[in-house]
Design a protein around this ligand. Structure first.
Ligand code: ATP
Length: 310
């Protein structure tokens, strides 16, 4: 029997992420940087419904501003479906309905989550039956954050961020995300980081030759201790993001004054992630930041990677 005639619709949910630690090494000859990242999948999620179709198409809705999301072949979900079809020799198509809940271009990997969800959904719909390892390999070809959106939970990413190993994490961490109405381009942030490092070469430590995740971060995650994590959370992209968006410095201060254990730029930003000591404190923080005019979401992690919902 043909899987496409059996299954009429597959619903997959994939998570956005926060980098609770992000060390960026020297720029390589090809312009890329090696990184060491501690990822946590959070409850801001993308939902993707895949239905059989003759060609590839997409429709996008969302609880976040979706105006910057391409709905043509540049969309990462469509690229994921095309890649899976190409690699498996599948000749049909798919229609993807995407409901976005991860802020767009905010450094939280929403596009990568869509790609991960599309891979899992099309694999099930088309009956192409790739295992999780093969999906991870395809995912890495679409973007450095796609393998983590497939894996979920808490993980360490090396290389470009896509050489993953799961990390032990106990309990739950509560975060408040403050989104921006203007996104930032990741390549632009890395270029700003390189410029910042060149300019300040004499007064800042040189970038790590081989980036590593601080062992304190691993201990804090394993202990499920938000206070301990707040003391060692770090993002090397933060000075570059703040140079491009100096207005965010005041927002970081505001969140910390309103009770956050710490605040940091999420990935390349401009979303900011504030760590709270528990769910109740996160709700209070969200209320205070919203009252001050910010768009603030309360999320928690870790949550599962891309998975079929029904
Ligand atoms: P990255 O760090 O990969 O640049 P991000 O996490 O900051 O990403 P995303 O929401 O993934 O932000 O979007 C980055 C850009 O990717 C968007 O500005 C958009 O042009 C493009 N894009 C392609 N496909 C998607 C998608 N399915 N959802 C969101 N953006 C997409």
């Amino acid at each position: 029997m043909n899987a496409t005639t059996d299954i009429r619709r597959v619903h997959v949910r994939a998570p956005g992420k926060i980098n609770v630690f992000f060390e960026v090494g020297e720029v390589q000859d090809d312009g890329y940087h090696d990184v060491a990242s501690a990822y946590q999948a959070v409850s801001a999620v993308e939902d993707v419904w895949a239905t059989p179709a003759d060609d590839m198409s997409i429709a996008i809705t969302g609880t976040v501003d979706i105006s910057g999301v391409p709905s043509d072949d540049r969309n990462l979900a469509i690229r994921a479906a095309r890649l899976l079809a190409h690699e498996t020799g599948f000749r049909g198509g798919v229609h993807l309905d995407i409901r976005k809940g991860v802020p767009v271009a905010g450094g939280m990997g929403g596009g990568s989550a869509d790609a991960a969800a599309a891979l899992v959904a099309c694999d099930a719909l088309w009956g192409t039956g790739l295992g999780s390892h093969d999906l991870q390999v395809l995912g890495a070809r679409l973007g450095a954050d796609v393998p983590f959106a497939l894996m979920g939970g808490t993980a360490i990413g090396m290389g470009r961020g896509d050489e993953l190993s799961p990390a032990l994490a106990r309990g739950r961490f509560d975060w408040v995300i403050v989104t921006s109405d203007r996104g930032l381009s990741t390549p632009e942030v890395y270029a700003a980081l390189d410029a910042h490092r060149r300019r300040h070469a004499v007064d800042i430590a040189p970038p790590a030759h081989r980036p590593v995740v601080d062992t304190d971060v691993l201990h804090a995650l394993r202990a499920g201790d938000a206070g301990m994590l707040a003391a060692c959370a770090r993002n090397d992209l933060q000075p570059a993001t703040l140079a491009l968006r100096p207005d965010l410095v005041a927002v970081l201060d505001e969140g910390e004054r309103a009770g956050a254990l710490t605040g940091l730029v999420s990935g390349s930003g401009p979303s900011l992630a504030f760590l709270a000591s528990d769910a109740e404190s996160a709700i209070e923080l969200q209320v205070l930041l919203s009252a001050a005019g910010h768009t603030a979401l309360h999320v928690h992690g870790p949550v599962a990677g891309a998975r079929i919902i029904d």
